[in-house]
Write a protein that binds this ligand. Structure first.
Ligand SMILES: [Zn+2]
Length: 219
């Protein structure tokens, strides 16, 4: 029997390690050319990239994007109040993509900075019937609980290695609700798994199995 893969739910690196199953996050303007043919990827209009697109071309853009079978999620999408782009425009672009996610039944990978209240409201009003993965989770236990109540999955990255406060948050999150990721960091996902298993006090194989189940449930 093949062994259970490590799953990297959100990465900006092209990975060809046979032990790792990853979702490559493709930015606007990047193409599939360098990916091998079975590589799963997510793509979406990041709040940082809104200015690069014409608002009326968004629907078209999404239509073409979601038709590709390797595009297994829309993301990262969301809200970022540290950006200059007006929050109402960000919301509009975000919601357009949520509608497409609903139509095509694709999960979404969420980027959210300083906009948690808006995010929860938008999820209530625009649920997609698919999984929502909050990526790079790095906040309080209280917010984590709110997000769980709203049905989110939480994905943790390299901050888990050093940030003790985050480690204690992680300890409280049910295993059925977590993912792990490398994001844009030059780090091995196996290291993050190791730390995560240590924090939870479980065997790494148990963790791998549960994250695989989470993956199969969502994607
Ligand atoms: Zn990212």
């Amino acid at each position: 029997m093949a062994s259970i893969p490590y799953i990297d739910i959100h990465t900006h690196q092209v990975d060809s390690d046979p032990e790792i199953l990853s979702i490559f996050n493709m930015n606007i303007g990047e193409s599939k050319i360098e990916l091998n043919k079975d590589q799963a990827y997510s793509k979406g209009i990041h709040p940082w990239d809104i200015e690069k697109l014409e608002i009326d071309s968004i629907d078209n853009y999404l239509e073409v994007l979601t038709a590709d079978k390797n595009n297994i999620a829309i993301g990262e999408i969301g809200l970022d109040k540290l950006m200059d782009t007006d929050i109402s425009i960000q919301e509009k672009v975000f919601i357009a993509q949520l509608q497409m996610a609903k139509l095509k039944q694709k999960p979404v990978i969420i980027h959210c900075v300083k906009s948690q209240e808006e995010l929860l409201r938008i999820k209530q009003e625009n649920d997609t019937g698919t999984a929502w993965v909050f990526h790079g989770y790095n906040k309080s236990l209280q917010l984590a609980k709110d997000l769980l109540k709203f049905g989110f999955f939480l994905s943790f990255g390299e901050n888990l290695l050093r940030n003790e406060k985050l480690q204690s948050v992680f300890r409280e999150i049910p295993l059925e609700k977590i993912f792990l990721e490398t994001d844009d960091k030059q780090i091995d996902i196996r290291k993050i798994y190791q730390k995560a298993a240590e924090i939870k006090g479980i065997d790494i194989e148990v963790l791998k199995k549960q994250i695989l189940l989470n993956y199969l449930k969502c994607f």
